[in-house]
Design a protein around this ligand. Structure first.
Ligand SMILES: [Zn+2]
Length: 371
C-alpha cells in the first residue's frame, strides 16, 4: 500500500487541507477499482468501512493477491468535515455557496465528443482507452476556483478511468440501498446481494449531476451519440448508501467491507475464491418510482414504520404533530414499496422529505434527487 497526501487547491492563505489517497496493486493494472467515503462529510458509516476495507486490502496485498489496481479515499471531503457550526457538523453543503458536495459534477460527454469522434474505431478496447484519456484530459482542463471545485476535480481525476467506482454514503435513517445508471442494473445485483441491499435505484439522468453519474454517464451518452462505433459502458459506478448516519459499528462496517472485497473478487481485481452470493433482497426499480412523503406542516415527527419494511398504499408511515394547535397530519404512501429511508430529526419544517419508498408506480419526472 502506498499513501499519497494531496493538497486541495483554493484554500485561504495560511491554511491547508489535504486529500489522502491509498493505492493497492500496480498503477495502471486492470481492472481498476475506486472507492471513496464521506463525500458528504457528515456521513461517517462509509469512513469506518474504508478503515476496515484498508485493513482487509492490506492483507490481500501482503499475500500477493491483488492483480489490478485499487484506490481508496477514506475521507473524500476534508472541506465539509471542517464545517462545524456551533457544535453541529454541516458536511453536506459547501458553506461558502450552499452547493451540495455531491451535486454539480461536470457532464463530460459533451466536452470530449468532438475530440474522440476522429479517433473512434471498430475496436471497443481501443475506444475505451481513447475515451478514458479524453475524459481525464477534459476534467483536468476545467477551471476550478473554490476549494470544493478543486476537490471535485481531484476526486474525478482518481476515479474517471476506473472499471468500478463505489461512492459510500448514508441516509439519516436508512436501509442499505444503491443508486446506479439504468443499464448497469444487472452488474450491480451481486453487490446488492452481498450488501443485503433493500433497494437498487436506477436512473440514466437523475438531474443532479452527482459523482457516480459523472463517472458512468459519459459512456452512455457517447454510446448513444456514436451509434456506429462500439463503445462499452466501461465504468460501473455506484452510490452505496450504508444505512443511517448513526449505524456505525465495527460489526456493520466489517461486514460491509467484506462485501466490498467480495465485489472486488467478482470484478477480478483480487485473486481469491469468489464469495457465495446470498439471495438478493431487492429487485432493481426506477428512481423515478421512488415515492417521497413530505411534511405538510411543521411539527414533531413521529415514525410509525421502520426502514427496510414493505409498506402498502394507505399505511400510516409517520405523523406530524403540531403541539400548539393539536393538529395531526398523517403521512401515508399512495403506492406500495419498500421504505428505505427516513428523516432522523424529529422536529421538522413544512415541506421536509421525511420518508422514501422504492416502488414501481410513482412515475416522477424532472429532478429525481434532492438538491
Ligand atoms: Zn450522501
Amino acid at each position: 500500500m502506498t499513501t499519497e497526501v494531496l493538497p486541495i487547491g483554493g484554500t485561504a492563505p495560511g491554511t491547508a487541507q489535504t486529500l489522502t489517497v491509498r493505492r493497492f496493486g500496480r498503477p495502471g493494472a486492470r481492472p481498476k477499482i475506486y472507492v471513496q467515503a464521506g463525500l458528504h462529510a457528515d456521513e461517517p458509516p462509509g469512513m469506518l468501512v474504508a478503515h476496515h476495507l484498508t485493513r482487509l486490502l492490506q492483507a490481500h496485498a501482503d499475500a500477493g493477491r491483488i492483480t489490478g489496481e485499487i484506490i481508496v479515499v477514506p475521507l473524500a471531503n476534508p472541506i465539509g468535515l471542517s464545517q462545524r457550526v456551533m457544535g453541529s457538523l454541516l458536511g453536506r453543503f459547501d458553506l461558502a455557496n450552499g452547493i451540495n458536495f455531491n451535486r454539480g459534477f461536470p457532464t463530460l460527454a459533451n466536452a470530449v465528443a468532438s475530440d474522440v469522434a476522429v479517433g473512434l474505431t471498430e475496436d471497443p478496447a481501443a475506444n475505451t482507452a481513447l475515451i478514458r484519456a479524453a475524459l481525464l484530459q477534459a476534467n483536468a482542463s476545467f477551471s476550478a476556483n473554490t476549494p470544493a471545485e478543486h476537490l471535485k476535480r481531484m476526486l474525478l481525476a482518481l476515479a474517471l478511468d476506473a472499471d468500478l467506482v463505489l461512492d459510500l454514503h448514508c441516509e439519516n435513517l436508512g436501509a442499505v440501498h444503491l443508486y446506479t445508471l439504468t443499464p448497469l442494473a444487472d452488474r450491480c445485483l451481486p453487490l446488492a446481494a452481498l450488501l443485503d441491499a433493500k433497494a437498487l435505484l436506477l436512473a440514466s439522468d437523475s438531474g443532479g449531476q452527482p459523482f457516480d453519474e459523472a463517472c458512468s454517464r459519459p459512456w452512455l451518452d457517447l454510446e448513444r451519440q456514436f451509434l456506429f462505433h462500439p463503445i462499452p459502458l466501461a465504468c460501473c459506478s455506484v452510490t452505496v448508501e450504508l444505512r443511517g448516519e448513526a449505524d456505525v459499528s465495527h460489526a456493520l462496517a466489517t461486514g460491509d467491507a467484506e462485501a466490498l472485497i467480495g465485489s472486488m473478487i467478482l470484478a477480478g481485481v483480487i485473486d481469491a475464491p469468489a464469495p457465495t452470493l446470498p439471495a438478493a433482497r431487492c429487485a432493481p426499480t426506477n428512481l423515478a418510482d421512488v415515492e417521497l412523503l413530505y411534511a405538510p406542516m411543521p411539527g414533531v415527527l413521529v415514525l410509525h414504520r421502520t426502514v427496510g419494511e414493505s409498506v402498502a398504499p394507505g399505511d400510516l408511515v409517520a405523523e406530524i404533530i403540531n403541539p400548539v394547535s393539536g393538529k395531526v397530519a398523517d403521512l401515508r404512501p399512495r403506492h406500495a414499496g419498500v421504505l428505505f429511508a427516513q428523516e432522523s430529526v424529529r422536529s421538522v419544517a413544512a415541506g421536509r422529505s421525511v420518508a422514501k419508498i422504492a416502488g414501481t408506480e410513482a412515475g416522477r419526472s424532472g429532478l429525481l434527487i434532492g438538491a
